[in-house]
Design a protein around this ligand. Structure first.
Ligand SMILES: *Cc1c(COP(=O)(O)O)cnc(C)c1O
Length: 359
């Protein structure tokens, strides 16, 4: 059994994939070829915003978003310590300082009350994360941000495809950022990412920044990056978009089945009201997590721990902020096999092995 099975998906999209890739190899416009613009148009429509600016990875997309807001030394960005390192790394790479506030123990996402409590005169932005595929509490965060005139960047690397009150993740605040890392809900065959915004000025700045800060050929107004999405990856994503809605529904079906079969023995994921998760991960909480993971491995069932150490407990990001929920979750979370092509019999094997292990 695989933790995430991309082979089953490939078999399904093979024809369109071959066709799309053959077109790229024929026209040979490997950098900013027509597939990149086509993908950006399709993704912007999917999210329901005016602008999508694709990028070379989710990490680079986060950094571009922060650069577009002109954040730098002296600025503070409020974020969660219970996330993938890229969230805080991007903040630090701009020279700004991540301020870590605790998460809600049920949703795994940043606690809005904690956000407000940590605002100072240096705070410029809030960077919440839609961990495991559920959007953060964007209504509350946007309301606080509006009162304190802060920007909100949604790190939707795991939540692309999720919805919040009927609106798509990535379109819920000033800037939405996602990743197309192969294991993400919408993944390419390498690195990729994108930034979404309604703001035409931010979009223009993002377009320049991902291409060395170039406004017109060989004229530069600001220091940028080489952070473009490869045409080949745009072609892969276009092929995958055809099945994406169906895959999101399949992920949600798998999650519901886990809920039904495991809810009495472990703490299953909680969805906030108005939230539909895309279940990038199906993550349970349990005591003796490491023993259980080890025994599942013996039974040939792959699991993963996202994340074993909160970022504010790691050398480059050390801070002595009290984040008890993050510390608690880091010791208890376990992600189970989750992908749209997980069969019912595979899932039953996971559930009975877990049942035999958890006592
Ligand atoms: C994957 C991920 C990123 C980074 O994306 P890459 O495409 O791997 O650079 C950022 N934030 C979160 C929460 C992620 O899960």
């Amino acid at each position: 059994m695989q933790f995430i099975d991309l082979t089953a998906q490939k078999a399904r999209i093979q024809d369109e994939l071959n066709e799309r890739l053959a077109q790229v190899f024929d026209h040979q416009r490997f950098i900013m070829g027509p597939e990149v613009a086509e993908l950006e148009t399709r993704l912007a429509a999917y999210v329901g915003v005016d602008h999508c600016v694709s990028a070379s990875s989710g990490t680079d997309a986060l950094q571009l978003a922060l650069m577009a807001l002109e954040l730098g030394p002296g600025d503070e960005v409020i974020t969660t310590p219970f996330t993938f390192v890229a969230t805080a790394e991007a903040i630090r790479l701009t020279g700004a300082t991540p301020v870590f506030v605790d998460v809600d123990v049920e949703t795994f996402n940043i606690d809005p009350a904690q956000v407000e409590a940590h605002i100072t005169e240096r705070t410029r932005a809030v960077l919440p994360v839609g961990l495991f595929g559920q959007t953060p509490a964007m209504d509350a965060i946007n309301e606080i941000a509006a009162r304190f005139r802060l920007s909100v960047i949604e790190d939707a690397a795991q939540s692309f495809g999720a919805r919040h009150g009927g609106n798509a993740s990535c379109g819920l605040s000033s800037l939405g950022v996602t990743s197309f890392f192969p294991a993400k809900p919408l993944g390419c065959y390498g690195d990729g990412g994108a930034v979404f915004t309604q703001d035409p000025d931010l979009a223009q700045r993002l377009q320049a920044l991902r291409n060395h800060g170039q406004e017109r050929p060989y004229h530069y107004d600001r220091v940028g990056m080489n952070a473009r999405l490869d045409t080949v990856q745009a072609a892969v994503l276009l092929a995958k978009l055809s099945v994406f809605d169906d895959e999101v529904a399949a992920r949600q079906r798998v999650a519901r089945r886990y809920d039904e079969r495991l809810g009495d023995i472990v703490s299953v994921p909680t969805l906030a009201t108005r939230c539909e998760s895309v279940f990038a991960q199906y993550t349970v909480k349990l005591a003796e997590r490491d023993r259980v993971a080890h025994e599942l491995k013996q039974a040939d069932i792959p699991t993963a721990v996202y994340y074993p150490v909160p970022l504010n407990r790691q050398l480059p990001y050390l801070s002595d902020d009290a984040t008890p929920n993050s510390d608690y979750l880091a010791a208890r979370v376990l992600s189970l096999p989750m992908h749209p092509y997980l069969t019912e019999s595979e899932q039953d094997r996971v559930c009975s092995a877990l049942r035999a292990t958890v006592v």
